[in-house]
Design a protein around this ligand. Structure first.
Ligand code: SF4
Length: 754
């Protein structure tokens, strides 16, 4: 069953009552975000107004979605909670473990061979615990969710940062660590700091080469990768209504790239059209009955400065197409200005690949707009100068696009159609054209472009753009190409110009699919056996973490002082390591190998304070662990940005790291550290980062008094015996301190279940 209409009716029935109550209690009109938050309180009807950015609040999400890489650890954890079924509708989607190499059919076959035991484990555990299972090849989690499960006014969590994509259908959908998902699967509330609210008012209408993607590329340029931290971004205004539902999804999807908790849009005609086109007319009918509750109040949108913490206004009519990158999604450059910038920075102008797809931009509309450019190349006798790769978002999109001749257009241009899966977006890309670390440029319609993200090569300069712009740039083969003004020389030596892209919001003949790849779980899964081999390299049943004793926090050694950007990819790299996502001890061998050591600017090269020798981070850490010595990791700003993977917290925890001390955290990662029973701390004075030296030892002087809103005191003992005493802050509340004291949140759940 794709969705449960009775559950949605129930959500809508209580929404009106709770929103009215929330308006009364807060004494003001409400944004859409507030309406959804207040109508999903764990305790039912609202009885107090929450302070944004301050109060921790318990919520009751309607759904959970997990992808194959993160689901392994989440479900291994859930198995420990002692429950018969999941408490909240949950789905698992196999999309991350499929490598892009030769094309859909051979790539899927190979994935089914190489990751067989993982897929078998996920299918069996889903079957046992009442979880819907989407087979490999069924599609990318967020497109499948948008097409099947997202609904206006709903709240969902997912074990992937781009869960936020479902905001395109008017949800508050938030990426969480597996540990948070396990809480909700086990029937516990889900806790979140009540977010701040950023309003983005859209006026005008997209035209010409500008696409929905350019809205978020522009917003990323304004807010940067940190600008949305702790906030929900709510889009509104006449321009918002002019965007397709999947276009809204694209914008919400990349809200993850500005660190936002999530992004959302109010229910409108475009959403209704999408619901009806995806066989969910009954949801549209129900949503129409409470339409005014599924969007922000008029007064809020009329005077946004009064009701949002920050307001940005973008005129879609004058917005220009952008390409963002390289190496960070917030480095925004309008197309046409990239040539000079590239020359100045020595970025390769020649473009090797154009990749279209990912959960961000793989809708039917995206494919039609990109195909309209590809068709022109054929008609105007232009041979593409770059290679083309396409990942459709779901089997439903692929099947429909094939039926409508779109895939033929790309194939006629020499494109490789990869599996309906993440592929190159998550480093699952076996590139045939370049090996090693040669400097090169690619353009793609994905969301992330961190170093090594697509192909593992630190010198691949990846630029993010709309699918149609990616198509145009790939045809030209040049980063400095501006399709709005430049011409290209065709096979016959004529100068030709590409016309503006054209697309279809929805397939005129409707969506169609033969086998969408969904397997419903058994009604009663109690007799299903979960498949985990004892000698598996890829799956390992978990042991509970042992609480960190206060006495172990004296004489703590520095493992690494990370310099600059340290994302979850740096802490727990993806690519080839994805295969160990279900085996904690094996994957721990990649812990922090991408982080740059502040003392020598090298990666995976840190000093062992006992021997004075340098070695890889996991090796040195294992030596500390063998001696029973706890360690600390020090980091810069926005530490742990990127994905929601709790491995980035579990691995250091497993290896014996006790604390992470940084200038600032990315939200999900900070929570993940707390869930795993570690200390996540921030410098009270950022300049204290500079006091940390390579041979330092740390004493947590007052850890016995660990309490909410009370900074801790850290004594740093330097090699020459001199000392610095600094203040470090934390955001642990009472419940989170209990997690820490029990060794992990899961330990506490188990204790409570018992
Ligand atoms: Fe998959 Fe990339 Fe989307 Fe993540 S961002 S879900 S890796 S397509």
């Amino acid at each position: 069953m794709a969705f449960d209409i009775d559950m949605i009716k129930k959500v809508y029935a209580q929404m009106a009552e709770r929103v009215d109550k929330a308006r009364e209690i807060t004494g003001k009109p409400l944004t859409l975000s507030e309406k959804i938050l207040y109508s999903h309180l764990w305790d039912g009807n609202p009885d107090k107004a929450f302070q944004r950015g301050k109060d921790y609040v318990d919520f009751a999400p309607d759904r959970i979605a997990c992808q194959d890489a993160t689901a392994q650890m989440a479900l291994l954890q859930f198995m420990q909670a002692g429950k018969k079924t999941v408490a909240v509708p949950t789905t698992v989607h196999c999309d991350h473990l499929i490598q892009a190499k030769q094309g859909a059919a051979p790539d899927l076959k190979r994935a089914n061979e190489t990751s067989n035991e993982v897929f078998d484990f996920l299918e069996s555990v889903s079957n046992k615990y009442g979880i819907g299972f989407w087979k490999p090849g069924a599609g990318i989690i967020h497109q499948v969710v948008l097409e099947n499960y997202a609904f206006p006014g709903g709240m969902m969590i997912g074990t992937d940062s781009h869960t936020v994509n479902a905001g395109g259908l008017g949800m508050v959908a938030i990426g969480v660590g597996g540990a948070d998902a396990v809480d909700v699967m086990a029937g516990m509330p889900w806790e979140l700091k009540f977010p701040k609210l950023i309003g983005v008012k859209l006026t005008g209408e997209l035209n010409g080469w500008t696409a929905s993607k350019d809205v978020i590329l522009k917003v990323a340029g304004i807010l940067t990768v940190k600008g949305g931290t702790g906030a929900i971004v709510e889009y509104f205004g006449p321009g918002a209504k002019n965007l397709s539902c999947t276009g809204k999804g694209t914008i919400c999807n990349m809200g993850a790239e500005i660190g936002a908790t999530t992004s959302t849009f109010g229910y409108d005609d475009a959403m209704e059209r999408f619901l009806r086109a995806t066989d969910r007319a009954d949801i549209a009918d129900e949503a129409n009955k409470i339409r005014e509750y599924l969007t922000g109040d008029d007064e809020v949108y009329a005077n946004p400065e009064t009701y949002f913490d920050q307001v940005i206004e973008i005129d879609l009519t004058t917005l220009r197409p952008h390409l963002n990158g390289p190496f960070t999604p917030d480095l925004a450059t309008p197309v046409g200005q990239l040539g000079d910038k590239a020359k100045k920075n020595d970025w390769p102008i020649k473009v090797d690949w154009g990749l279209i797809g990912s959960c961000t931009n793989s809708s039917y509309e995206d494919l039609t707009r990109a195909a309209s450019i590809a068709q022109q190349a054929i008609d105007k006798k232009l041979k593409p100068k770059s290679d083309f790769g396409i990942n459709p978002g779901s089997e439903q999109i692929r099947f429909t696009a094939e039926r409508d001749g779109l895939l033929d257009v790309f194939e006629n241009l020499g494109a490789t159609i990869f599996t309906n899966a993440c592929g190159p977006c998550i480093g699952q890309w076996d590139r045939s054209d370049r090996k090693g670390d040669e400097k090169n440029t690619i353009v793609h319609s994905f969301n992330r472009n961190f170093s090594k993200r697509a192909d593992g090569n630190p010198n691949t300069h990846a630029f993010v753009g709309s699918p149609e712009m990616v198509a145009a740039i790939a045809i030209s083969g040049r980063l400095d190409f501006d399709p709005m003004n430049d011409t290209l020389l065709n096979d016959e030596g004529q100068e030709v110009k590409l016309d503006e892209p054209r697309g279809l919001e929805l397939p005129p003949k409707g969506f169609e699919v033969d086998d969408n790849g969904y397997l419903a779980p058994r009604e009663d899964g109690s007799s299903v056996e979960v498949k985990v081999a004892n000698d598996s390299e890829r799956l390992q049943l978990l042991e509970p973490f042992v609480p960190i004793k206060d006495s172990e926090l004296q004489g703590v050694k520095l493992l690494i002082k990370a310099f600059g950007k340290c994302t979850t990819d740096h802490i727990s790299m993806a690519g080839p390591w994805l295969r160990y996502r279900g085996h904690l001890d094996n994957i721990a061998n990649n812990t922090l190998i991408g982080a740059v050591n502040a003392f020598n600017k090298q990666t995976n090269f840190v000093k062992n304070q006992f021997t004075g020798e340098y070695g890889g981070v996991p090796d040195v850490q294992r030596e500390y662990k063998a001696k029973g010595v706890k360690t600390i990791v020090v980091g810069d700003h926005n530490y742990g940005e990127g994905s929601s993977r709790e491995h980035a917290a579990m691995q250091p925890r497993h290896l014996g790291v006790a604390a992470v001390l940084v200038k600032s955290f990315a939200r999900i990662h900070e929570t993940n550290l707390k869930k795993q029973g570690m200390l996540g701390l921030t410098f009270d004075n950022e300049a204290d980062y500079d006091k940390i030296q390579e041979d330092d030892t740390f004493n947590f002087v007052d850890i016995a008094e660990f309490a909410p809103n009370k900074p801790l005191t850290l004594e740093i003992v330097h090699k020459d015996g001199s000392k610095d005493t600094i203040k470090v802050n934390h955001t642990y509340n009472d419940a989170q301190i209990k997690w820490y004291r029990e060794g992990s949140a899961l330990n506490l759940i188990k204790k409570q279940n018992a």
